[in-house]
Design a protein around this ligand. Structure first.
Ligand code: GDP
Ligand code: MG
Length: 530
């Protein structure tokens, strides 16, 4: 049997360890050897680490032998030992790469940056009765055109000057946004600064604001004036002479121009205290919606908490549900990339009122989410738990509506140990029967039953379940599989957004290595989309 030495770079300690191996040595043997010989003296949990072949970055399963890797026949082949959790960073890097290539404002742009400052906000139904009572909701809103907040910079310089601007800079030159979802505004004021720039850069900034922002408006005006004159006075270029200037001067002017654009944004941010308006002022912003349906107390909130590994929604242990109306739970944050702020927001629409919804109401509510500007519905998750009330006719309507809108549907039997097996089986049977209306069953793997790109169904236990009758404890189960199932089924442009939903779920990323087939396919898809 051939015996030789291979080099393994241990990323965490930045050491290279020479490992004696034979053809039959497994990756697990190598990991153990490196762990013992490294500075960490074997004080690591080998289960948290994995080996890759550096030249192709391929994840190697623990049982793989040296012979199977064919590493001994390669020249300068090197292994690297990495922490499993690092897969998140690698996916983040891929997503980030994707964003810099594709500047479109779509879901594929959602970024995962490690330093993201995530914040969680729970929107109480009382604070913002979104979707709760549509009639009332709509009548409280000002007419659509009254809510348009617009800022425009018009630049009428010579064509030569424009040539000095890159495409991105040009697109920055006109900043325009609309937002239809702000609370009623009481009066409007126009800030208009024209003729300050000698190159005919005229700036008009108009915003709607509430009464209590008048002070901010006045500060904002001053700031705007001073920002613009500061920026522009340093380049008091005449358009005529600008034509004769060299490229350096032109690009300096372009920089100034961008500074002005950014100053305008700052001013508008300062001019309103309304968080929604502030949020929407960002030049790049995406809202991603996940709709949760099912009767009250079936475990919708618990499931979302388990998926995100964050306490996004309150759960209730009492008789009544703690979410009486339709509520939105928000996961939001912002990332900074090349000094551009990219805001993102995930809305989880929790629908405890679903039980009473008619077909028209289902259509109306989904339509409203669907029509939110810069929004997309990532998927719909329907929950039913053994023994709980589930109206199949209603679920049928819901599925019809989702399919019409091409929304992926995950039907989940929650709290799977909470009832009898026959109840659980009956739910799963109903789910399958309904999904078969839209696609044939394509496969069944890891407890997930797939119906192509249309939907899936599965049973999970979102929280530890203690069965006191038999004194037995059931741990959380089926969550990683569900996350992966949705990941596998969503289109590439939605895949990145879903990765972000589960980005903080560190145990999921570690456990991903228990599903090597899925890990590989996920990685390949991400590489492909990047
Ligand atoms: N053991 C266990 N309890 C669950 C599970 N899902 C929900 N629960 C419990 O069921 C109750 C209702 O859950 P909740 O998520 O608030 O339901 P919602 O009204 O549909 O959002 C809470 O006491 C949860 O702790 C589960 O999968 N396993
Ligand atoms: Mg809830």
């Amino acid at each position: 049997m051939t015996s030789t030495t291979i080099d393994v770079h241990f990323k965490q300690t930045d050491e290279t360890i020479h490992v004696p191996v034979s053809l039959g040595s497994t990756m697990k043997d190598i990991i153990q050897y490196v762990s013992e010989k490294s500075k960490l003296n074997g004080k690591i949990d080998c289960a948290d680490y994995y080996l890759v072949l550096l030249h192709n970055d391929k994840f190697l399963k623990n049982e793989t032998t040296v012979e199977e890797t064919e590493v001994l026949t390669m020249e300068n082949a090197r292994f690297q030992l990495r922490e499993k959790i690092e897969i998140r960073e690698q996916i983040a890097a891929l997503v980030s790469r994707n964003s810099s290539i594709d500047e479109d404002e779509n879901l594929a742009n959602a970024q995962i940056l490690i330093n993201d400052k995530q914040s969680i906000e729970t929107t109480n139904a009382n604070e913002e009765p979104l979707m709760a009572s549509s009639e009332e909701d709509i009548s409280n809103n000002p007419p659509h055109d009254q809510l348009v907040t617009e800022s425009r910079i018009e630049k009428t310089s010579t064509p030569e000057l424009h040539l000095a601007l890159s495409n991105q800079q040009k697109s920055e030159a006109t900043v325009e946004w609309q937002q239809n979802d702000v609370p009623p505004m009481t009066r409007s004021e126009t800030l208009s600064i024209t003729g300050l720039c000698r190159d005919n850069c005229s700036v008009t900034c108009e915003t709607l604001h509430s009464v209590d922002t008048s002070e901010s408006i006045s500060t904002a005006k001053t700031t705007l004036n001073s920002n613009i004159s500061d920026s522009c006075s340093s380049y008091s270029l005449d358009v005529q002479s600008a034509q004769e200037e060299n490229l350096t001067r032109r690009s300096a002017l372009a920089d100034t121009y961008l500074k002005v654009t950014s100053a305008i944004k700052d001013v508008i941010v300062a001019a309103t205290r309304d968080p929604i308006t502030r949020r929407d002022i960002s030049s790049r912003f995406n809202e991603i919606n996940i709709v949760l349906c099912g009767s009250p107390r079936v475990g919708k909130s618990s499931l979302i908490n388990a998926i995100c590994q964050r306490t996004l929604a309150k759960t209730s242990a009492g008789l009544g549900s703690c979410t009486h109306a339709v509520s939105r739970y928000i996961l939001k944050g912002s990332s900074e990339k090349e000094s551009e702020i990219i805001n993102y927001q995930y809305n989880f629409w929790d629908t405890p009122g679903f039980e009473t919804w008619t077909q028209e109401e289902i259509q109306k509510h989904l339509e409203r989410i669907f029509k939110k500007p810069k929004s997309d519905i990532l998927c719909m998750i329907y929950c039913a738990s053994p023994g709980s009330f589930a109206n199949l006719q209603q679920l049928h309507w819901l599925l019809d509506e989702c399919m019409r809108k091409q929304i992926f549907c995950a039907l989940v039997c929650t709290n799977k140990w909470g009832g009898q097996k026959k109840q659980r089986d009956a739910i799963m049977k109903d789910f399958q029967r309904l999904l078969e209306n839209y696609s044939t069953k394509t496969r069944e793997e890891n407890g997930i039953i797939y119906f192509g790109k249309k939907g899936l169904c599965t049973a999970v236990n979102s929280e530890k379940f203690v069965d006191e009758d038999v004194d037995k404890t059931f741990e959380q189960s089926g969550i990683d599989e569900l996350i992966l199932g949705i990941m596998e089924s969503l289109d590439d442009e939605k895949l990145l957004a879903w990765c972000k939903v589960v980005f903080e779920n560190k145990s999921f990323w570690k456990n991903l290595f228990n599903f090597p087939g899925q890990l590989e396919s996920l990685w390949n898809r991400l590489l492909h989309s990047a």
